[in-house]
Design a protein around this ligand. Structure first.
Ligand code: HEC
Length: 242
C-alpha cells in the first residue's frame, strides 16, 4: 500500500469499527429506558439506599473498595447507628464492605458470579441500574423463572420480588404489569426504593464527588477573596505611575 493511503485506510477501519460497536450497543439496549437523575444532596435517599443495599444485595455483591465507616460519615449516619443497622456480618466499622459468598459456589448456583458493584454505576450508568432493578419479570422458560428487560437472560434471582410483587411482561403490547396485592410496597414506594438504591450506587462509584463538590465552594470563595485583594493591590501599585 502506498504510504499516502495508509492513514486513509486506518481512518476507514476506525470508522467501520465505530459503526460496528454502535449497532452492537443498539441491539443490546432496545428496551426503552426510563430517565434517572441521581441526587447526591439528598442524604435521606442515600441513607435509605445504603440500608436497602445492606439488606438485599450485600449478601451476594460486595463493595470491595468501600468501607462502612467512610460511607456512614459521608452520608451523615452516626457510626454506632450504622454498626447496628447495616453491618450484619460481624465486621468492624472500618472494614471494607466485602461479601462472604464463595465465588465458586455462586457460579454453580446462578451460572454467573455476582460481580462486585463498587464501580457498577460507572461501568453501566446509574440509569441502567435503575432500569435493571425495575424490569425483572416472570419468565418460566428461564432456570430461575425470571427474566429482565435491560439484561436479557439474566442470572440474578429477582431478590426484590417480595417488595415489588409479581411483575409480568406482555410480548404483544411490550408492557410490564404488576399482579395487584403481591408486593409489600406500592408502585410509588417501590420506585422510590429503587431510586434510592441506584442513587446510593452512584455515590459509591465515586465517593469523593460529595467532598469535591463541598470543597469546590470553598475554593471558589477563596479565589474571589484572593482576587479582590490582588485587584486592590494592583490598583495601589499603579496609583502614582500615571
Ligand atoms: C442471591 C444472590 C444475589 C443477590 C441477593 C443480588 N444479586 Fe445482583 N446479581 C446476582 C448474579 C448471580 C448476577 C450475575 C447475573 C448475570 O451476569 O447473568 C447479578 C447481577 C447484578 C447486576 C448486573 C451486573 C453486571 O453484569 O453489570 C446488578 C447491577 C446487580 N446484580 C444489582 C443487584 C442489587 C442492587 C441487588 C440488591 C437489590 C442485588 N443485585 C442482589 C446475584 C445476586
Amino acid at each position: 500500500m502506498k504510504a499516502f493511503f495508509r492513514p486513509i485506510a486506518f481512518l476507514a477501519s476506525l470508522a467501520m469499527l465505530g459503526a460496528a460497536s454502535v449497532s452492537w450497543s443498539a441491539a443490546k439496549n432496545d428496551w426503552p429506558m426510563e430517565a434517572f437523575e441521581p441526587d447526591l444532596t439528598d442524604l435521606p435517599s442515600l441513607q435509605n439506599g445504603f440500608k436497602l443495599y445492606a439488606n438485599h444485595c450485600l449478601g451476594c455483591h460486595g463493595l470491595q473498595y468501600q468501607r462502612y465507616g467512610r460511607t456512614a460519615d459521608d452520608l451523615g449516619i452516626p457510626r454506632e447507628l450504622a454498626l447496628e443497622s447495616v453491618v450484619f456480618t460481624g465486621q468492624k466499622i472500618g472494614e471494607l464492605m466485602t461479601t462472604s459468598m464463595d465465588p465458586e459456589q455462586a457460579k454453580a448456583w446462578f451460572g454467573a458470579t455476582p460481580p462486585d458493584l463498587t464501580l457498577e454505576a460507572r461501568l453501566r450508568s446509574p440509569e441502567w441500574i435503575y432500569n435493571y432493578l425495575k424490569t425483572f419479570y416472570v419468565d418460566e422458560s428461564r432456570p430461575l423463572g425470571v427474566n429482565n428487560g435491560v439484561y436479557p437472560n439474566v442470572g440474578m434471582p429477582n431478590v426484590l420480588l417480595p417488595l415489588q410483587g409479581v411483575q409480568r411482561y406482555d410480548a404483544e403490547t411490550k408492557q410490564l404489569s404488576l399482579d395487584p396485592g403481591t408486593g409489600s410496597l406500592t408502585a410509588e414506594e417501590f420506585d422510590q426504593a429503587i431510586y434510592d438504591l441506584s442513587n446510593f450506587l452512584y455515590y459509591v462509584g465515586e465517593p469523593s464527588r460529595l467532598q469535591r463538590q463541598r470543597l469546590g465552594i470553598y475554593v471558589l470563595l477563596f479565589l474571589v477573596i484572593l482576587g479582590t485583594f490582588t485587584y486592590l493591590l494592583n490598583r495601589e501599585f499603579w496609583k502614582d505611575v500615571h
